[in-house]
Each structure stands twice: as structure tokens, then as C-alpha cells.
Ligand binder design. Structure first.
Ligand code: SF4
Ligand code: SF4
Length: 71
């Protein structure tokens, strides 16, 4: 288990799925609901398996994912 965990700012996500494809453990999915921009926002749906590698945060073009350290 890593100490770092990604935090998803759903309100600025544009649902591009780049983070979904970037996660080596396939832990990210787009939600069924819509955010205020009209997109299906990404989220981490299996937090226990997350290694905290940060690839999802690096990949996001809208900086909607930040890595929280020491969580
Ligand atoms: S930090 Fe790494 S393992 Fe965790 S959701 Fe992002 S890409 Fe996947
Ligand atoms: S890469 Fe960023 S904007 Fe694209 S779906 Fe993931 S969190 Fe949303």
C-alpha cells in the first residue's frame, strides 16, 4: 500500500478517459452521472489497489487529478 492517493476534482473533469487508459491497474472509471460541465467524471473505484504511482495525475490535461501525499 502506498501513502500517496489520487484525488479527483470531478467538477473540472472533461471525461476524456486518458487517466482511465493510463492506470496500469485499471482502477479508474468514468462515473454514470454528469458533472456541471456535462461530462461523466472520472473516479477511483478500487482505492485499496492503488499503488500511488501518479500516472493518472501526470496524464490528465486538465489537472483534475492531484496526488495527496501521506494519506
Ligand atoms: S495512482 Fe497509479 S495506480 Fe493509482 S489510480 Fe492513478 S494510475 Fe492507477
Ligand atoms: S484525464 Fe483528467 S479530464 Fe480526462 S477523464 Fe481523467 S480526470 Fe477527467
Amino acid at each position: 500500500m502506498a501513502n500517496n492517493k489520487p484525488f479527483f476534482s470531478e467538477h473540472i473533469c472533461k471525461g476524456c478517459s486518458l487517466c482511465v487508459e493510463a492506470c496500469p491497474k485499471s482502477l479508474i472509471c468514468l462515473g454514470k452521472g454528469l458533472n456541471r460541465l456535462g461530462y461523466h467524471p472520472a473516479g477511483l473505484y478500487n482505492e485499496k489497489e492503488c499503488t500511488g504511482c501518479g500516472l493518472c495525475a501526470v496524464m490528465c490535461p486538465d489537472v483534475a487529478i492531484t496526488l495527496e501525499q501521506g494519506v
